[in-house]
Write a protein that binds this ligand. Structure first.
Ligand SMILES: [Fe+2]
Length: 330
């Protein structure tokens, strides 16, 4: 096990088309370690952090030494990522409207209505897994009604901020204690569970889904997260501002909701008006939204499954031009 082995793997992963493609389906560090081990590279999470930092520092040094060359190289790399049929390289910074009351911040579709998504529907049974390595009893013990209730508060308001500050103080007091559980993340990240018999089938399905989506969008697509929301689960208010860009989520549940007024939902705060927008969910849907970094454009959002259904969501980083490949929305 070593940083050197990891560094070698990361360099190969950047060049080898097969590994590069597989890496687009991975979001968990344990997944990367498992994939590398299959190819004879052996390293730990700590090694991966150290090797990534080393490679990033080298790249930064190279760019500082020869900014023009680096820009040119990155440009070439970007173009390599894009399918020949769709040259979108110059459109990335176009169309950046100011926050406005009438602006649309999300788009939703039924999975079944989207052209090219049939192969993805076929993969859903292999994606919607419940890894046996998840301790559901322990998971349910971590549920807190007051945390769930915070999703009804406007994140820009004083009540939410007071609650958040109190929780932060409690978590600081608890640091190093027996707790250590993230209160804002009461759900299961499937990509943190690689030591179960179904993982290889799950990974193969994720890899096929990336290929199918790249066919749809004619550009690079990668997973951003694969989440299982068991009954009474939630992801509290957050902005994802460190990962800007368009996000696509495929959302599905294990059965229809009996009551359309009592469903899982995605909620966001309209950056222009402050209004809370609640998007109720149904089986097999697709949602697009854009994560921005500027303070006045942050998209505060949260996800809640207050029902007794199981919900899954599979997130992807999709190209800026995604809408050109899908039917127009009214
Ligand atoms: Fe998010």
């Amino acid at each position: 096990m070593s940083v050197e082995s990891c560094t070698r793997f990361l360099r190969v992963a950047a060049e080898d088309p097969r590994i590069r493609q597989q890496m687009k389906a991975l979001t968990g560090v344990e997944e990367v370690i498992r994939l590398a081990r299959a190819d004879g590279y052996d390293f730990t999470v700590g090694d991966l952090r150290a090797a990534s930092a080393k490679i990033a520092a080298e790249a930064a040094r190279r760019q500082a030494a020869a900014p023009r060359d680096a820009d040119a190289r990155r440009d070439v790399d970007d173009r390599r990522d894009v399918d020949d049929r769709c040259d979108v390289g110059d459109r990335r910074d176009a169309d950046r409207p100011e926050p406005a009351a009438g602006r649309v911040y999300h788009y939703e579709y039924d999975l079944d209505e989207l052209p090219g998504f049939a192969p993805i529907i076929d993969e859903l049974p292999r994606l919607k897994i419940k890894p046996p390595t998840v301790d559901l009893a322990r998971f349910h013990e971590a549920f807190r009604e007051e945390d769930l209730a915070s999703t009804s508060l406007a994140p820009s308001g004083p009540e939410y901020r007071a609650w958040r500050d109190r929780v932060a103080a409690e978590e600081a007091d608890d640091a190093g204690g027996a707790g250590g559980v993230r209160r804002d993340f009461h759900l299961i990240n499937l990509d943190e569970h690689v030591a179960h018999p179904g993982y290889d089938d799950y990974l193969a399905a994720k890899t096929r889904v990336v290929a199918a989506l790249e066919e749809v969008f004619g550009a690079e697509v990668r997973f951003s997260g694969s989440m299982w929301y068991p009954p009474s689960s939630y992801r509290l208010w957050h902005t994802n501002e460190d990962q800007p860009g368009w996000r696509m989520y495929i959302v599905d549940v294990d059965d229809e909701f009996a009551d359309p007024e009592h469903t899982s939902f995605f909620r966001y705060q309209n950056p222009a008006t402050g209004e809370l927008v609640t998007l109720r969910e149904r089986p097999r849907m697709v949602r697009f939204f854009k994560i921005e970094q500027e303070p006045d454009r942050l998209l505060w959002h949260c996800i809640v499954n207050p029902t007794d259904r199981h919900r899954w969501s599979f997130g992807f980083v999709v190209p800026e031009h995604w809408a050109e490949r899908l039917p127009e929305r009214s």
